[in-house]
Design a protein around this ligand. Structure first.
Ligand code: ADP
Length: 427
């Protein structure tokens, strides 16, 4: 039975958390979207932790609450005994939510009580000191996040920020306490709960603090935060004898089949990765300016791929430098241009799978969303990381199981595509 049930407010955040749990020894499955009980036939995935990936960060607060409660009910029915609400390490939210309202609803559903809130992730340069969130050396409100188009963060004081989003009250466990370790943090949190506080922002500036906070929260029904604060949770389950030491928590079933890379990201890192792959692998550049129809673009690409598919990957890329992207956007508008390319890549993914591809790397966040939804993927078992933040995953859903690596555009080194398939060959 799973031990830890997690609800993440976006897709890449969910993968980030899932990778963190695997690194710390928990076998982890990521479920895409609100789990449909019928599709799972009453059986939960065989894992130590389950992460439900929602798209609730910028949804209307009522909708975010509704989705999160459905996810919680499913995770409870699956047998999870502790719950984690994952949000961004920059506390992305508006005055209206959604961190406060979702946390309030989850806590109430779990019988009320108290929860800590800690977005700190020192490895990614997010730290919390005296309740203030820093990104690198800058306060959150001077980090660029104050200009975010959807969730501008203009107040770095998280006690104030969370207070505005909840009808409960918010306290602080400051650095001086956190630095004394788990026992001191536990005492401080108990004290705040006894005073009637519903939440505590907890300071953390290094991983030692996150480990101690995790240990102090062993008995909490709900923990809220970024991926960082999840690093101490596996150890609690091991200490209480619920979780065995695993040789390889990221082990994935082997999958034979042809290999491919699909790229829809126009980010610098992805353009460099395609450039590197080009001299080693058959590579097709789609030209949506010349053929501005998703179906025809897909048919051309699949014709090209026929006869080339096998254990060595082919690369199919819509990715283009800024001038070409601007040209397509100038012709169709930004949204329609993106949609055209996403639909073409999703159709190509479907065609490649029909032709026997079972090992697929997808570059681009939105592109990955489009591909996963077209392929009907229901869940991803999280494997070892290829590069930081990008694991191989074992994808199950409507079709045959396959290995998928979903890469946010700017992630990964120059040789990412080659490295991804080398890792499978030697794994
Ligand atoms: P990233 O993770 O780098 O942000 P995304 O996949 O999220 O990548 O976003 C890239 C967007 O650019 C997608 O909507 C994709 O369809 C679009 N796109 C890809 N190639 C082109 C192109 N040649 N012209 C215009 N838009 C493109």
């Amino acid at each position: 039975m799973p031990l830890l049930g997690c609800i993440a407010d976006d897709f890449t955040g969910a993968t980030d958390l899932a990778s963190m749990l695997v690194r710390n020894g928990m076998r982890t499955v990521q479920v895409i979207g609100v789990p449909d009980g019928a599709a799972w036939g009453g059986t939960a995935p065989d894992a130590d932790a389950i992460v439900v990936a929602l798209k609730s960060r910028t949804a209307p607060a009522g909708e975010a609450v509704r989705l999160s409660l459905v996810a919680l009910a499913w995770l409870r029915a699956a047998g999870c005994r502790q719950f984690f609400f994952k949000y961004c390490s920059t506390f992305d939210s508006t005055e209206a939510g959604n961190i406060g309202p979702v946390a309030d609803a989850l806590l109430a559903a779990l019988g009320g009580g108290f929860a800590l809130a800690c977005p700190a992730f020192p490895a990614n340069a997010r730290s919390v000191y005296q309740g203030h969130l820093f990104v690198g050396g800058a306060l959150l409100s001077e980090s660029g996040m104050e200009h975010h188009p959807l969730t501008p963060m203009t107040d770095p004081n998280l006690v104030r920020v969370l207070s505005r989003q909840t009808d409960g009250t918010v306290g602080l466990v400051p650095y001086a306490v956190v630095d004394q370790g788990a026992e001191a943090i536990r005492r401080a949190m108990t004290g705040l709960a006894e005073q009637g506080r519903r939440y505590a922002i907890v300071d953390a500036v290094d991983d030692r603090h996150l480990q101690a906070i995790g240990a102090a929260a062993a008995g909490h029904a709900l923990i809220t935060g970024g991926s960082g604060v999840a690093m101490g949770l596996a150890e609690n389950f091991r200490r209480s004898g619920l979780l065995a030491m695993q040789d390889d928590p990221g082990a994935l079933p082997g999958v034979a089949g042809a290999a491919a890379v699909l790229a829809g990201s126009c980010s610098r890192a992805t353009l460099l990765q395609i450039g590197t792959a080009r001299s080693h692998l058959p590579t097709l550049d789609l030209d949506p300016l010349a053929v501005a129809d998703a179906g025809s673009l897909a048919a051309q690409a699949l014709d090209w791929a026929d006869g080339k598919l096998g254990p060595a990957p082919v690369v199919i890329a819509a990715s283009a430098p800024p001038d070409k992207v601007a040209a397509l956007q100038g012709r169709f508008g930004r949204e329609a241009a993106g949609l055209l390319v996403e639909q073409a890549l999703a159709a190509i993914a479907e065609g490649l799978v029909a032709r026997g591809v079972r090992r697929l790397v997808v570059a681009g966040g939105e592109t990955s969303g489009a591909v996963v939804s077209r392929l009907g993927v229901r869940s991803l078992r999280i494997g070892a990381e290829i590069d930081t933040g990008v694991p191989w995953t074992y994808a199950e859903g409507s079709g045959a199981p396959m290995l998928l690596a979903l890469k946010s555009g700017n992630f990964g080194g120059r040789d990412f595509f080659l490295k991804a398939f080398d890792a499978l060959a030697h794994g």
